[in-house]
Design a protein around this ligand. Structure first.
Ligand SMILES: Cc1ncc(COP(=O)(O)O)c(C=O)c1O
Length: 381
């Protein structure tokens, strides 16, 4: 079966967060991380069948979904988990906030690698918990954790290490060796780990697998909360379904204490989408990755030709983290917006001299957006 990711899709009037913000303006919106692609046919079919049934009452977690996740972890990562370790959530974001509130006591301290997806920081700020930012470093063309700085940032009251793997916005797939070193740091200092692996399926480098940090050993599994979701990979975040995998029963209970109260269940469409995607979405995902890889290459080649901009290869995610510091402008996001491209401002992730470009869109949009970026730079002379 072939899938047409070039097919133009008009999202105006559908309450798309990304498109509505600039509606009525000649702006190509490449900011928030969803894609402009229709979800896989199997997901659409599952949704339509339930719509035809017509009743959308309170819904139990389907056992079939627990089974599909157990199978997926075993098949993709040789990671053996129990169905009872899975805690369902309406999204990964509430998982980050639950981790900050319930895995660290009020007087505890958290390590946050930066730049990072903004909800990690919001989670520690709102909990609130003390935290230290630990800057990623550029090493051989990859954004990686600086283990020495990480170790230096550990305090007596440090209880939790936040991890984003693959990394948003850096685009890094952390290697097994890198993760083993992190795991050993966590063991040495008796830290819990909350690992957001929402981008685990969006791998753009063949031969570069994703490794869930909890799959490294029984010891690491017991101290880790792994957050995953089909939302990004199969593009239905508006339906919403995510899950945490937590082996340790006490940690699972603590993490789950807000569920069905301040944190709502996932929606019936989230469950339906997840089962369909995990059981039948493989060929679609594979085709999407090929399309995204070609988009990634297009962005890299275009950026390489733009004086003042630089980026490293995006190993995973559909987000390019573009360094605009050499332009010497205070707000590169504003500069490009003036020329009709809305990216995410780097400031959102802790690096104002960067912009983040979402290339999960039809190639025609992307090509026009890249032309506008080049035009913005030419106009500066
Ligand atoms: C690293 C990361 N975590 C979480 C989310 C959002 O997750 P959800 O929509 O499932 O709450 C995103 C979305 O961009 C993300 O990049």
């Amino acid at each position: 079966m072939s899938f047409d990711f070039d097919q133009p899709i008009d999202r105006s009037g559908t309450w798309s967060a990304r498109w509505e913000r600039y509606s009525g303006r000649d702006v190509i919106p490449l900011w928030v991380a969803d894609t402009d692609f229709r979800a896989p046919p199997a997901v659409l079919k599952a949704f339509s069948e339930r719509v035809a049934h017509g009743v959308f009452g309170y819904t139990e977690v389907p056992q079939a979904l627990r089974a599909a996740i157990v199978e997926r972890m075993r098949d993709l990562y040789r990671w053996h988990i129990e169905p009872g370790w899975i805690v369902f959530l309406p999204g990964v974001v509430p998982g980050l906030h639950l981790a900050a509130r319930h895995l660290v006591a009020a007087d505890g301290h958290v390590l946050v690698p930066t730049p990072i997806y903004h909800h990690f920081k919001r989670a520690v700020q709102l909990a609130p918990r003390e935290h230290s930012d630990v800057p990623l470093v550029l090493s051989s063309g990859r954004w990686v954790l600086d283990e020495e700085r990480l170790a230096q940032a550990v305090r007596r009251d440090t209880k939790l290490l936040f991890l984003c793997n693959p990394h948003n916005p850096g685009g890094t797939i952390f290697t097994r060796t890198e993760l083993e070193r992190l795991a050993s740091l966590a063991e040495r200092h008796d830290l819990r780990i909350c690992s957001d692996e929402i981008h685990a399926d969006i791998l753009l480098e063949p031969g570069r697998p994703h490794v869930p940090i909890a799959s490294l050993s029984a010891e690491i599994s017991r101290r880790t909360v792994t957050l995953m979701s089909p939302n990004k990979s199969f593009n239905f975040p508006g339906a919403g379904c995510a899950f945490a995998i937590i082996e340790d029963a006490a940690m699972r209970r603590a993490f789950s204490s807000d569920l069905h109260a301040t944190v709502h269940d996932a929606s019936v469409f989230g469950y339906l989408g997840a089962i369909a995607a995990y059981r039948e979405g493989g060929p679609w995902l594979h085709a999407q990755l090929a399309y995204l890889r070609a988009n990634r290459d297009l962005v890299e080649q275009a950026v390489a030709r733009m004086p003042g901009l630089a980026m490293v290869q995006v190993e995973a995610t559909y987000l390019a983290w573009i360094d605009a510091s050499a332009l010497g402008v205070a707000d590169p996001h504003a500069l490009f917006l003036e020329h009709g491209v809305a990216m995410s401002p780097g400031a959102q992730f802790g690096a104002p001299e960067f912009v983040r470009l979402n290339f999960g869109t039809q190639r025609a949009h992307l090509t026009e957006a890249l032309r506008r970026l080049a035009g913005a730079l030419e106009a500066r002379g």
